[in-house]
Design a protein around this ligand. Structure first.
Ligand SMILES: [Zn+2]
Length: 420
């Protein structure tokens, strides 16, 4: 058989065999359960070709499984096929400024084991690296999964990450991780393929696969915590841009003469509306003599000031605390409205610790978006908090890796046992 499968075409083009195999596997994983007839119809290819490839999948590396029977309009019921989740496993590591999480999942991203430790970023570059390595090792060992069943590692890092080159470009939470080639370091350490991305884009990928955005091909995912970032899904794909780091919503200017940001610019959204930004604004106000219950709460010790304290005061009716939280929501709303005007999507998913401030901040974000986004967009857009839990970014890192497994440009680990 030649490399070209000529019996069918999809959108007018022919696939070579390897690409067609991946296309079929990708379709099976996206549908969950599918019959051979449906595969032939969806991809516009001959049923004989589907039969042949499905038999190869079953016999040569067990990548798919037969599950029960599909419905039939008469005659024998067709077999249903699904991905064999136990064929291989993926490790997900999420490195945040505070915590580092490790998960081990099957081929569909079902979490089999997870653990969480403190990052202790202040201990330095090498200390954080050895902690990341030990989290990965511990996750594998405690899951009792044999190392030869591992496909690879997906990593999520809070910072500016060049996902194409596998480099942490700028990582304000981890001193020393500037222009740090973490992907190649981890690949050497584990002798496995590794992919890395920024934690917000990873979380957005998880949201698309498992969360509210499941049925949305266009949405933006905004994280608001120690930093502020965005992942944009365009036509069903996460947008990374030509340098692999698109979506830095936190570094757009929302106040021309605003406070200095740690990127070197002035008045970035992150410098104003992130956790540290809120604390800085609160402190300035109090030092300038504003009367607020926060002062009594912290007894003039600004080291003990937290966003939780401000949020609690705001919810108890303290005017200055309310102003701070409400204003934070307005700034975030300005940036989200701008992003919506650019991308024109109808869903915004929010993630991050600052949302714990409750309705005050969420209402301010929604109100500002309504005021500032184009009316056609603001009338249709839904703004919601993610319902995915603590492991969202690690899960997205794994999913990013899994997506690569199914794409023809990558190493095709899925097809590695195929000799044909
Ligand atoms: Zn900035």
């Amino acid at each position: 058989m030649s490399d070209e499968i000529g019996q069918g075409s999809f959108e007018g083009r022919f696939y070579n065999k390897k690409a067609l195999k991946l296309k079929i596997l990708d379709l099976i994983r996206n549908k969950g359960l599918i019959t051979k007839q449906q595969i032939a119809k969806e991809l516009g290819i001959n049923i004989t070709t589907v039969n042949m490839l499905i038999n190869q999948f079953k016999e040569r590396n067990n990548i798919i499984k037969e599950i029960g029977d599909g419905s039939s309009s008469g005659g024998r019921k067709p077999k249903l096929y699904t991905i064999n989740n136990e064929l291989g496993y993926i490790i997900g590591i999420d490195i945040g400024g505070t915590n580092t999480r490790g998960i081990l999942t099957d081929l569909s991203g079902n979490i089999i084991h997870y653990l969480k430790i403190k990052t202790k970023a202040k201990e330095g570059k090498e200390a954080v690296l050895s902690k990341v390595i030990s989290v990965a090792n511990e996750t594998i060992d405690s899951s009792k999964i044999s190392r030869d069943k591992l496909f690879g590692i997906g990593m999520s890092i809070s910072g500016i990450i060049n996902s194409y080159e596998g480099v942490s470009v700028f990582c304000p939470n981890i001193p020393g991780w500037e222009n740090y080639p973490i992907k190649s370091i981890m690949e050497k350490e584990f002798n496995l393929p590794v992919c890395i991305d920024d934690s917000v884009r990873c979380a957005a990928v998880a949201e698309k696969r498992f969360g509210i955005a499941k049925d949305h091909d266009n949405f933006i995912f905004v994280s608001i915590g120690k930093g502020i970032g965005m992942g944009a899904f365009i036509d069903g794909k996460i947008y990374r841009g030509s340098m692999g780091l698109a979506g830095e919503l936190g570094h757009i200017t929302v106040s021309e003469d605003g406070p200095l940001c740690n990127c070197g610019n002035k008045g970035c959204l992150e410098a104003i509306a992130s956790g540290p930004g809120i604390l800085k604004r609160a402190r300035e106000g109090i030092e300038n003599g504003i009367v607020t219950s926060i002062s009594k709460e912290i007894n003039n010790n600004f080291e003990s000031l937290t966003v939780e304290i401000i949020s609690k005061a705001a919810n108890e009716g303290d005017k200055y605390a309310y102003y701070l939280i409400n204003r934070t929501g307005e700034y975030i709303g300005i940036a989200i409205a701008a992003a919506l005007n650019l991308f024109g999507c109808d869903l915004v998913v929010l993630w991050g610790g600052i949302l714990e401030c409750g309705d005050i901040i969420l209402d301010a974000i929604k109100r500002t978006v309504k005021m500032r986004a184009l009316e056609f967009i603001s009338k249709r857009v839904r703004i919601e908090k993610t319902a995915l839990g603590d492991n969202i970014a690690a899960l997205g890192a794994v999913q990013t890796f899994i997506d690569k497994l199914y794409s023809e440009s990558d190493s095709n680990i899925l097809l590695k046992s195929f000799k044909s």
